[in-house]
Design a binder for this molecule. Sequence first.
Ligand code: GDD
Length: 409
Amino acid sequence: RIVAVIMVGGPTKGTRFRPLSLNIPKPLFPLAGQPMVHHPISACKRIPNLAQIYLIGFYEEREFALFVSSISNELKVPVRYLREDKPHGSAGGLYNFRDFIMEDDPSHIFLLNCDVCCSFPLSEMLEGHKSYGGLGTILVNKVSPELASQFGELVADPVTNELLHYTEKPETFVSDRINCGVYVFTPEIFTAIQGVSTQRKERATLRRVTSFEALQPANRNLPTDFVRLDQDILSPLAGKKQFYVYETMDFWEQIKTPGMSLKSSGLYLAQYRIISPDLLASGDGSKNATISGDVYIHPSAKVHPTAKIGPNVSISANARIGAGVRLVSCIILDGVEIKENAVVIHAIVGWKSSIGRWSRVQASGDYNAKLGVTILGESVTVEDEVVVTNSIVLPNKTLNLSVQDEILL
Ligand code: GDD
């Protein structure tokens, strides 16, 4: 049997995701019409012999209660939220709930970061892992050398796939192969995590009696139960035949900013073409809007037949899209109203916002730039004939003049 764990973090994480994370925990922000964490969950559902999925985080229980019960019903797989009283780090969080995880007596445990967007080739990874042996296998991807330093960089043996060297976000370039934040372990991983924790306790005792801390400045203030999978487990155990890598050639992105959520939404829409084409709007029939490329429209949204929509557009529940509206590369959240002949390009329009007639909400579409995607927070009103370009607008603002390259607080 297999158990999967998804790390969802907590309210002190995801700060780069503001203002969108002011309303909703980042893991529940919709990408391609489904909460971010829905995508890894449905990938886990495809693993044979999956017994249970746990979400581990330090958000309040009630923030996940509704989501967890509805997705359990929808996918017919038990999903449960486990709340940490405080952050324990990625490995510490897993260790903290080892009794729950081991209840099903799993042969393997998947661990997934919630803020990555990929095809999650989990069954293939498991097959790879079984053939390599060891404590765990890491999903790995090749990125351009300029981007690599944002991630854990690693070196693996090209023949055996053994992890030989691991450095978390190094200042100088090590490798263009990076850690994708998706792992499969045997239950022995708990022994390895416990080892780090015990070592910390011993060092803390030693520090009290000597000046040992001078040798360990980086770890000086870490509590003994705070264990990071990357720095504390992968780095020291690399090159010891404990960890292996499985390289994916499919898409992979990390979702730290609103801009990257728009890019990821497009990648998931493109994936629907292969795994669930029924979720994509077709635009067939004379009563429907003109659809180009991959588009998701919630069944409760009202879209005028003269609107032109796509590619990479997702429209959430109860949105109203007026006559002659043009939408390209955008996420339109619940209850938004877009009035006649408005244009939205490279933007995220927050819950219950309203965009006036002949207005434009637009950006350059550079997903990595701070203002490369225009973001409207909740309940923002853009009045008629106003142009909002490369800007971030915080909740509840009304714009009656055009703005460019601004953050409006
Ligand atoms: N429950 C819980 N508790 N979750 C946590 C905690 C914690 O204490 N700390 C982090 N997380 C969750 C985050 O929400 C996220 O989903 C995931 O664990 C990883 O977050 P970070 O530890 O902040 O690392 P990162 O995202 O900057 O980098 C990690 O992931 C990259 C891939 O996306 C590293 O492992 C990198 O090496 C890797 O490239």
